[in-house]
Write a protein that binds this ligand. Structure first.
Ligand SMILES: O=C(CO)[C@H](O)[C@H](O)COP(=O)(O)O
Length: 428
């Protein structure tokens, strides 16, 4: 294998969409086409045979992730047109051996996927001894969401074998050069291509990036920066989807339409509009933070107004969320400051100092702890627990990316029901 191979993983559930996207990827320079595991599970071997019939000059991979009955699964994939069949490297040696025997019998190759293998360096060598033709250093989608670095596994196994190693798992235009520099001979890409609104363009850019290998600089060190960058891109709706509709506050609205804020929560508990702790929190909050206030359901007396808002802007605070009311709304709207409230009221309380800063509070139906991430926009406010912030943020990015492709197909004239094939996937 002289030039590294770009393998496009068609991890879709609709065969007609997969064939269309495959064509766009081929136009962008894809070398190999993979019938992804979700596609095989939803469409069966028809997925493999259709891809082979449609793209006879391209190597077709069946990502069976075979864990048992190796001979049967390799035979069915081979007879359907697969050139390479993927088996799980963690499977028993007998499964691997049977798969290899069947592959030799039907003239196809075996790729062993190292996903979730306990000791990948040792297992990689064992798999080579068992006769597999390729290894796949694969960090699964769920593992990626929790921050496992895709190329970390590649670096662990690349020097343990002489057979070609593929890299897979959230690989993008940004990370594909590092995969090549780390020694991968095949780069497997799914979401960065198939969920793009421009499949051909994304394929072309990754293909070109692979031809300019760059030393891999390792995963982004600062998770907070990555979280903030992604939350700035996605919507509160994307985050709600990623959290399975948990985390969304209820009963509040944005005072300044069109504004958005993301940041870590500085929590404030106050009562009956007492504005001392809310205002003192401004001095404790840092640039980019969001002050979250529970006014104990009080909506008749506001603990917040124009002057506090000016002070927030001076501190670079991203926004304010109040389970209660705000006042001086016309002035706040002129400042276009992101603030979400339950109500508007002209009354203010007194600065007596009741309450506290930095404790766990309840706000519009959600529990908020200091340091939880907050995202607010015109659709509402969602709280992301700090303990799962990176995972949920990454999943929200996946939701956002998936919608990019759906939006593209709607612009091409399909209905949403057609794109989602709702009739087929209604709960039986
Ligand atoms: O096998 C897979 C998931 O089990 C995917 O095909 C593989 O992870 C590549 O897709 P992505 O680039 O979206 O991670």
């Amino acid at each position: 294998m002289n030039r590294p191979v770009l393998q496009v993983a068609l991890d879709l559930v609709e065969l007609d969409r997969a064939v269309t996207i495959a064509g766009e990827a081929v136009a962008g320079g894809a070398d190999w086409l993979e019938a992804g595991t979700p596609l095989i599970k939803s469409e069966g071997m028809r997925a493999v045979s259709t891809l082979k019939a449609t793209y006879p000059d391209h190597t077709i991979i069946a990502d069976m992730k075979t864990a048992d009955t190796g001979a049967i699964e390799v035979e069915m994939a081979a007879k359907s047109g697969a050139d390479i069949v993927c088996v799980l490297g963690a499977s028993d040696d007998s499964v691997i051996a049977e798969s290899v025997r069947a592959a030799r019998k039907y003239g196809v190759k075996i790729m062993a996927d190292l996903i979730s293998v306990t000791n990948p360096a040792i297992r990689a060598s064992e798999l080579e001894q068992l006769g597999v033709d390729y290894l796949c250093a694969h960090t699964g989608i769920d593992q990626q969401m929790t921050g496992t670095d895709s190329l970390d596994l590649l670096l662990k196994v690349i020097h343990e074998v002489t057979i070609p190693v593929a890299a897979a798992g959230g690989i993008s235009e940004k990370t594909s050069p590092g995969a090549i520099a780390a020694g991968a001979k095949i780069v497997i890409v799914g979401g960065s291509i198939i969920r793009s609104s421009d499949v051909s363009g994304s394929t072309r850019r990754i293909r070109e990036a692979m031809d300019k290998p760059l030393p891999y600089s390792g995963p982004s060190k600062n998770k907070d920066e990555e979280i903030r960058e992604i939350l700035t891109l996605v919507s509160s709706s994307n985050v709600s989807d990623a959290m399975h509709r948990k985390g969304a506050m209820t009963g509040l609205f944005s005072v300044c339409q069109g504004t958005k804020a993301v940041g870590k929560a500085v929590t404030v508990q106050t009562f009956a509009g007492d504005w001392a702790k809310p205002v003192e929190a401004i001095d404790l909050a840092g640039p980019g933070d969001i002050i979250v206030i529970n006014n104990d359901q009080g909506t008749r007396i506001a603990p917040w107004g124009e002057l506090a808002t000016i002070s927030c802007i001076n501190r670079g605070i991203s926004g304010v969320v109040i389970d209660g009311a705000a006042r001086d709304i016309d002035d706040i709207r002129k400042m276009k400051f992101p603030i979400w409230v339950r109500a508007l009221a002209p009354n203010a309380g007194e600065p007596k100092g009741f309450g506290e800063i930095g404790a766990e509070i309840s706000c519009c139906g959600q529990t908020v702890n200091p340091g939880d991430w907050i995202i607010g926009d015109d659709s509402g406010v969602v709280v992301i627990p700090k303990t799962r912030a990176y995972e949920i943020t990454r999943r929200a990015k996946e939701v956002y990316n998936t919608e990019l492709r759906i939006r593209e197909e709607l612009h091409r004239g399909k209905s949403l029901s057609q794109v989602m094939n709702l009739i087929r996937w209604e709960k039986k």
